[in-house]
Design a protein around this ligand. Sequence first.
Ligand SMILES: [Zn+2]
Length: 376
Amino acid sequence: MSELHELLADMIRVPSVNPCGCEPSAPQEGEARMTRFVADWLGARSIAHEVQPALPGRDNVIAKVPGQGGPALCFEAHMDTVAVGEMVIPPFEPRVEDGRIYGRGACDDKGSLAAMMMALARVAQGPPPPRTIILAAVVDEEYLHSGARAYLRDAGPIAGAVVGEPTSLRVVIAHKGALRTRITTRGVSAHSSNPEAGVNAIYRMAHAVVALEQLAAELRDREPHPLVGGPTLSVGTIHGGMAVNIVPELCQAMVDRRLIPGEMPDEALAEIAAALEGILAEGDDLTPTLKDWAVETTEDEEIVDLTRAAVREVTGDDEPMGVAYCTDGCDFVEAGVPLVVLGPGEIAQAHTAEEWVELSQVDTAAEIYERIMRSA
Ligand SMILES: [Zn+2]
């Protein structure tokens, strides 16, 4: 196996399952071992890096190869993976077959991260690149993007970023954002033999859900974005009541609103609030749990130029495109950093029971990243 393939296999062997808001408890949970692995790998190659706290016991690794001047270019990929319970292959025992490597994270997102690390190591061995190159290996992409947020809070000036996620090596310049909101209705419990004595929280939530269905229908009539399509809204969960013979005093629902470029999370939240006006009562609430900005990088941004030029030379297919899924790119937009998303593997392979990535795509990604790093 090549050094890059060995690196990716070693990274698949290191479990880094996102505990999704809980303290890491199960043995495979948390990124701590990956953080150490990445830091040690960089250290062995004398690449300057720091371990940056993002969440308790969950740290980013930020590496830097100094350039000749000007604001830096950032290469970002995440160290966490989704859970492994549904997998039908051993998640942490990489297997190579027919040019593919199988295992949790192969495609999302260790393929991108390994390719970025290898590209950085190659650049570090040569003369200083035109720009300072930063590699940000971050935690918690699969849940709240806390790693990217922690990094961007005090990252100096960044000219542009490449976010590594499986795009089949296509240049992604636009993707949707997301607003998630919890709706809580509160009533007064009473015995169901005398419901007039209570206030039914489920009845009020039912009216709220009908209003949201109406809003979702209105969104379908809006002008779609040329690269990512139209905005959507979906009520995903609803929980309420304790027992059939008690008038429920609490009901909660979760709403997922997907944003297209140009829509701000707070505007979408205000729109939901307006749709529920006259339905929600005092004591009810609407609490956003996630605000991810949509991404749209204009084609005249330097990072788009640099990336397209590199991709053109390596694969020939540099046509910019949009995707529906969210990435850490949301946080770069919020921080005012222009970005592209590009990485090996197909998004259809991410999060699957048999996750794999084509090794030749990982090699090609490393070549593309290295070219971008060396260009200016
Ligand atoms: Zn990912």
